[in-house]
Ligand binder design. Structure first.
Ligand code: HEM
Length: 372
């Protein structure tokens, strides 16, 4: 149980995915094993949180959807998003991010993130241009081709056209994220982080119109917020949005296809909350709550209608409560714009075909589409 639920997300890479491990995970359908292990645990143990002691620390694995809702709703007090594991991992590239902040500083950084990420940015125009450019020379769309286009889009939305071709910036971030996968176990690459931060600041200082950088320049900032220090999280998290958009291309067209893709293949498989009362860390294994075929009739099929009828308990691809992802709307808008732009121009036939039951693990690195 510990292997399939706790270790497989770590092996795949929590902060940046490892392509070879993802291929193995898909072949062996690791998430299906995790979901079954959780179902067995529920049958044996019931709905109460399942206590675990690991390296002398107290953890509790949540089994009951109602408990998931309660813990996420009562965040950041007494269930803090800033757990020790996340702080150790994310300090490699974003030591001042909201997710690892506590107390008043967290509140100020959270408000800043919410305001800037709700800004009106030029998503559709950027997407149209970049998708057009990509498709000019593409007969087979694979992950590598898609990722080049995706990162151009992301750099333009966040930083502006001046950052469009700055692959070096996002490559440096990828190197820092690879170190972050090892959390406590790898020393920080402070020199690389400084160079990354300097490169990022050059783009942000331009505050190009229609970008998140411009929105940052417009927002009054309270002391301690570190506005530029929030941006590495955005760039990092757009990776999950890219993989979900690419996976959604295997699904039928629908405005909510990206949201369904993150339900079916959650990019944050473990949500963590640390009790500010006794230090217990609560673990929420999202694939189980999203695809529990003993309780959810739609578990393994494409079911965008579930989001139109109001959110169901414990379907939490973007988390929930006060720590919910403030980038959610921007992600869904960008992903939908990319899918619309692709499908307006061509047909995309995936190299894999699914029956009505969708696989529990889908390796985005291995996907490819015939373009007609
Ligand atoms: C498919 C794409 C994405 C998914 C599934 C996703 C999901 C999540 C989840 C589950 C959390 C909570 C993490 C936790 O409690 O440990 C979170 C937090 C966060 N996300 Fe996203 N995210 C995505 C993309 C983005 C993007 C593109 C941005 C910014 C542009 C963003 C900004 C943030 C921030 C700032 C937080 C921290 C919020 C806080 O601590 O209050 N996310 N996201």
């Amino acid at each position: 149980m510990i292997f399939s639920v706790l270790l497989t997300p770590l092996a795949k890479g929590v902060i940046i995915r490892r392509p070879r491990v993802m291929a193995l995970a898909e072949r062996q359908q690791w998430d299906a094993c995790g979901i079954r292990a959780m179902q067995r645990l529920r049958a044996k143990h019931g709905l109460a949180p399942y206590p675990l002691r690991i390296f002398g620390r107290q953890f509790a694995l949540l089994i009951d959807p109602a408990e998931v809702e309660r813990v996420l709703e009562h965040s950041p007090e007494p269930f803090a998003p800033a757990t020790r594991e996340k702080t150790a991992a994310l300090r490699h590239f974003q030591p001042h991010g909201v997710l690892t902040s506590r107390g008043e500083l967290r509140e100020l950084r959270r408000a800043f993130n919410e305001i800037v990420l709700a800004a009106d940015v030029d998503v559709e125009a950027v997407v149209e241009y970049e998708v057009d450019r990509m498709l000019q020379h593409t007969t087979t769309l694979d992950w590598d081709t898609f990722a080049v286009c995706w990162w151009r889009i992301v750099r333009r939305i966040v930083l502006g056209t001046g950052a469009r071709d700055d692959n070096g910036l996002t490559d440096s971030l990828a190197a820092l994220r690879r170190a972050a996968n090892w959390a406590f176990l790898r020393p920080q690459r402070r020199g690389l982080r400084r160079r990354f931060q300097r490169g990022l600041a050059v783009h942000l200082d331009r505050a190009e119109q229609g970008t998140l950088a411009a929105a940052i320049a417009d927002v009054p900032v309270a002391p301690g917020v570190d506005p530029y220090g929030q941006v590495p999280h955005w760039l990092f998290a757009f990776d999950a949005a890219g993989m979900s958009t690419f996976r959604a291309l295997t699904l039928p067209p629908d405005d909510l296809a990206v949201l369904e893709a993150v339900r079916l293949w959650p990019t944050t498989p473990l949500l963590l909350r640390e009790s500010t009362v006794d230090g217990t860390t609560y673990l929420i294994y999202t694939p189980f709550f999203h695809r529990d075929d003993e309780t959810l009739p739609f578990a393994h099929r494409f079911a965008p209608e579930i989001w139109r009828n109001g959110r169901k308990p414990a379907l939490v691809p973007f988390s929930a409560g006060p720590g919910v992802c403030p980038g959610r709307d921007l992600v869904l808008r960008t992903g939908a714009a990319v899918l619309t732009a692709l499908r307006a121009r061509h047909h995309f036939t995936p190299s894999v075909s699914f029956g009505p039951e969708l696989p529990a693990t889908l390796n985005h690195f291995g996907l490819r589409f015939e373009v007609n």
